[in-house]
Ligand binder design. Structure first.
Ligand code: AMP
Ligand code: GLY
Length: 424
């Protein structure tokens, strides 16, 4: 019986906790720091996840034997490396790459050169720093608009700019290299624009073998019809109708296998999730980005579609025996609606009381930005809930989700009305 700690505090972590909590192999589940949603299925540990020493103490105090990391930051900052160096921690199953593997997300330049080296389809690119600014201008002049500029390092999802105008692109490049995104922008990747439809593909790997989890489509913009500001994600749908078996076979052969083989060739021992952000350009997959974790809100749509035991798959990942595992997925359609605070993704108020109607199946109401204040549930973030429904079609899912959403109320609640509509 395993004692598992999930690191993180969002809807993604609630969904992973919810799924693991159903496993017969589970002894006890912990979440650090978790949220009121994870509290329904786990014990929350109030620790600062930036504090590796505090994580160590929590793991030892609670006899935890598996750690699953939700967000990228602790991985990029070397939590796995820290575990590997500590005698008392090194035998604990750790789901997530070390800091070298986490470079796939932590450095866009590293990710692009990795793809190029291992023949993984992606758009053409070049990287520049402040010393090569002039060359950056020349490169921009040599490629077609729109211009895609990416801060090399982690920039909380804000480091990507897509610009139509050449002068604007030069101006932004200059500002990025002068610290607009802090040191994340010390280097900037400029790449060709890919036109197509995006999807998120998730892989669990032990470094040699892999399982491809259900794919999902994310709705990134705040407004209906994909308009307005970028957000952390306003909804998700899984499966993605255009990701048919022909397309997914291309993804597996041209992207997933070369990625895992590439990691091996570079002697990067990787065990954990890989989230591949893909563009479907005329039925051909191109990689936009790698993330070294699951997506949010995609996870809230993916987890309900996994019928097999996720904890068994994670144990096998730790043991290096993933080849023996098979994933069983629900053929139904999961639709996730993210309910946000008024003002998000700009500034918003927190602390509004939340009312949840009794007939709403709490099961699939994943908490993101909530907290308990004097035992009452209040809003505590921009993205407050990710509500998921599993039905037999997008059409049915849409009918159900917008009905269910009426049962969740807080002042200023907002959500997109068009989740899944483009896929019907
Ligand atoms: P990233 O942080 O790399 O995922 O970029 C954020 C978003 O910008 C992506 O999800 C895409 O919607 C968009 N994007 C990034 N790179 C490209 C590209 N080369 N062509 C078109 N859109 C892109
Ligand atoms: N939903 C996109 C992400 O998690 O990065």
């Amino acid at each position: 019986m395993r004692r598992v700690l999930i690191i993180g505090a969002g809807g993604r972590e609630h969904a992973i906790a919810w799924k693991i909590s159903k496993s017969n192999l589970l002894g006890k589940l912990f979440c650090a720091p978790g949220n009121p949603g994870t509290l329904q299925v786990a014990q929350n540990l109030e620790i600062d996840i930036k504090d590796f020493q505090a994580i160590k103490e929590a793991v030892l105090d609670n006899n935890i034997d598996m750690v699953v990391v939700g967000p990228e930051e602790p991985l990029v900052n070397g939590l796995k490396d820290f575990f590997a160096k500590e005698t008392l921690l090194k035998n604990i199953t750790f789901i997530g790459p070390d800091s070298q593997g986490a470079m796939l997300e932590g450095s866009k330049d590293f990710a692009k050169s990795f793809m190029l080296k291992h023949n993984i389809p992606t758009s053409m690119y070049n990287s520049f720093n402040i010393e090569t600014l002039e060359e950056g201008y020349r490169y921009l002049e040599s490629i077609k608009s729109p211009y895609v500029l990416k801060a090399d390092g982690l920039a909380a999802g804000k480091g990507v700019l897509i610009l139509d105008d050449l002068d604007e692109a030069k101006k932004e490049l200059t500002q990025m290299l002068n610290g607009k995104f802090g040191k994340a922008g010390n280097m900037v990747v400029i790449e060709e624009f890919l036109s197509g439809i995006e999807l998120s593909v998730f892989v669990l790997t032990d470094g040699n073998n892999y399982l491809i989890l259900p794919e999902a489509k994310d709705y990134k913009r705040i407004g209906e019809g994909d308009t307005g500001l970028n957000t952390g994600g306003m909804g998700a749908v899984s499966p993605v109708p255009f990701a048919n078996s022909t397309f997914m076979k291309k993804v597996e052969e041209r992207v997933v296998i070369p990625t895992i083989e590439g990691l091996k060739k570079e002697k990067i021992e990787y065990s954990g999730f890989i989230f591949i952000g893909l563009m479907n350009c005329n039925e051909e997959p191109y990689v936009i980005e790698y993330n070294v974790r699951m997506g949010d809100p995609e996870t809230e749509a993916v987890m309900p579609r996994i019928k097999s035991d996720l904890l068994a798959h994670l144990i096998a990942t730790g043991n290096g025996t993933l080849a023996k595992e098979q994933i069983e997925t629900d053929p139904g359609t999961a639709l996730t609606l993210v309910m946000v605070s008024k003002g998000y993704p700009n500034s918003y108020q927190k602390g509004y009381p939340i009312e949840i109607s009794n007939n709403l199946k709490e099961d699939l109401l994943f908490h993101s930005g909530t907290k308990l204040q004097e035992k009452k549930l209040v809003t505590n973030g921009g993205r407050v809930f990710a509500l998921t429904t599993l039905t037999d079609s997008i059409h049915k899912g849409r009918e159900t989700i917008y009905q269910l959403a009426k049962g969740v109320n807080f002042q200023g609640v907002q959500y997109r009305k068009d989740i899944g509509l483009d896929l019907i």
